[in-house]
Design a protein around this ligand. Structure first.
Ligand code: SF4
Ligand code: MG
Length: 311
């Protein structure tokens, strides 16, 4: 995506929820997007799928899926691309499963919407194959959502998302409702599916510790902007941006066993256009320049971009 901007019109003014985000996820790559709630992660996911609804709107930018720009494509074209080329496992999707439809029907729906026609035997093997891909038994097809555990429901949501073998999978907090052990299992399913498809994954979350086990590269969002992009190892070993440092420092198992207890302070209002670095109120290293001049995301080392005046 290039210079993606998504704004919300609020009674208090325009909130720049996503304020010029540029990033690339390669085929076969798992890219993690982290940041506090309200940093713009879910808005990026919805914008990329062209699913934002008022009061949210796309202000500008491009989201290329292969050689098609989702922002510039017609509604018809976008409908064709969704699921077939780019699929979203939306935040809270396990609660959006249809409670009165069996898993089988829900797995077939998306494909049918896209004009795929099955006879009974083809449908059976299509469903069994999808379930197997996410590590579920074929019998799950006959269940209703309430008969499944949270982890199983989340895998069903992943199976629905990949039913047409998309090139890009966007997964927004796919494990946030689950306990730690199940989180790992679901992540493993997602990883396995992605590997078999060779798809690009944009994984959205707030838990760097969990991300560290799954993604190749990491983008750190703050107040609607990317503040650091780098390999996950570098991010954990030597975070450069002060906000990334605080995020990494707040993960107990990456540094000490103590719980750091979050990052003090609040993110800035997205409505008021303030000069300078959006992180400066909370930044332990803020300098004079940070109050007047907004840092831009720049390559500071090979494969490493940071938006901070320290670099
Ligand atoms: Fe901190 Fe300044 Fe860097 Fe912003 S630009 S993160 S305030 S040091
Ligand atoms: Mg979110």
């Amino acid at each position: 995506m290039r210079e993606l901007r998504a704004y919300y019109d609020t009674p208090a003014g325009t909130a720049k929820a996503v304020d010029g985000v540029t990033l690339t996820v390669d085929p076969g790559e798992r890219f993690g997007l982290v940041g506090e709630s309200g940093s713009g992660k879910s808005t990026i996911a919805m914008a990329a799928m062209r699913l934002l609804r008022p009061p949210a709107r796309i202000e500008g930018g491009q989201v290329w899926v292969g050689d098609v720009d989702m922002m510039g494509a017609s509604e018809d074209e976008v409908r064709r691309l969704r699921l077939a080329k780019v699929a979203l496992v939306a935040q809270g999707s396990i609660n959006a499963l249809n409670p009165v439809a069996r898993v089988r029907a829900q797995l077939l729906d998306g494909a049918r919407d896209h004009g795929v026609r099955f006879n009974r035997r083809e449908a059976d093997s299509f469903v069994a194959d999808l379930l197997e891909q996410v590590g579920l038994h074929a019998e799950v097809a006959n269940s209703f959502p309430h008969q499944l555990s949270g982890g199983m429901k989340q895998r069903v949501c992943i199976a629905i998302a990949v039913c047409l073998r998309p090139e890009v999978i966007i997964a927004d907090e796919p494990t946030s409702a689950l306990d730690v052990v199940v989180q790992r299992q679901v992540m493993e399913s997602l990883r396995a599916v992605q590997a078999s498809l060779g798809a690009a994954v944009l994984l959205i979350g707030h838990d760097i510790g969990l991300m560290a086990q799954v993604v190749h590269r990491l983008g750190v969002m703050y107040a609607g902007r990317l503040v650091e992009v780098c390999g996950i190892r570098e991010a954990c070993r030597e975070p450069l941006h002060p906000y990334t440092r605080l995020l990494v420092g707040s993960v107990p198992n990456l540094t000490t066993k103590e719980d750091f207890g979050g990052i003090p302070g609040l993110p800035p209002s997205l409505v008021i256009d303030q000069p300078g670095c959006p992180f400066r109120e909370r930044c332990p290293e803020a300098m004079e320049r940070c109050a007047t001049e907004a840092p831009v995301l720049r390559t500071v080392r090979p494969g490493r971009q940071v938006a901070c005046h320290l670099y």
